[in-house]
Ligand binder design. Structure first.
Ligand code: ZN
Length: 83
């Protein structure tokens, strides 16, 4: 283990991020150095940002309402035809 560039921190010492830290891992919060694309702590893709979820609730609700109205009209017409 003599090939390490920096010596391990002393026992009990607080770990502090290097001065060149620009970003943090979105999952575990580990420091990312330079153009680092992957988190070395948890392995997550550090530069990947999740897109916001699309607002699909309103369209789905509208389609569901249209389907329910159509079904009700169909049932009413069938009942009127049969009865
Ligand atoms: Zn991470």
């Amino acid at each position: 283990m003599s090939s390490l560039a920096s010596p391990p921190p002393a026992p009990g010492a607080q770990w502090s991020p290097p001065a060149a830290v620009g970003e943090w891992c979105p999952l575990c919060g580990a420091a990312l150095l330079g153009e680092q694309d992957w988190c070395l702590h948890c392995g997550a893709a550090a530069r990947t940002r999740l897109a916001a979820t699309p607002r699909w609730r309103a369209p789905v609700a509208a389609v569901a309402i249209v389907l329910l109205v159509s079904l009700a009209i169909l049932i009413a017409s069938l009942v009127k035809l049969i009865g």
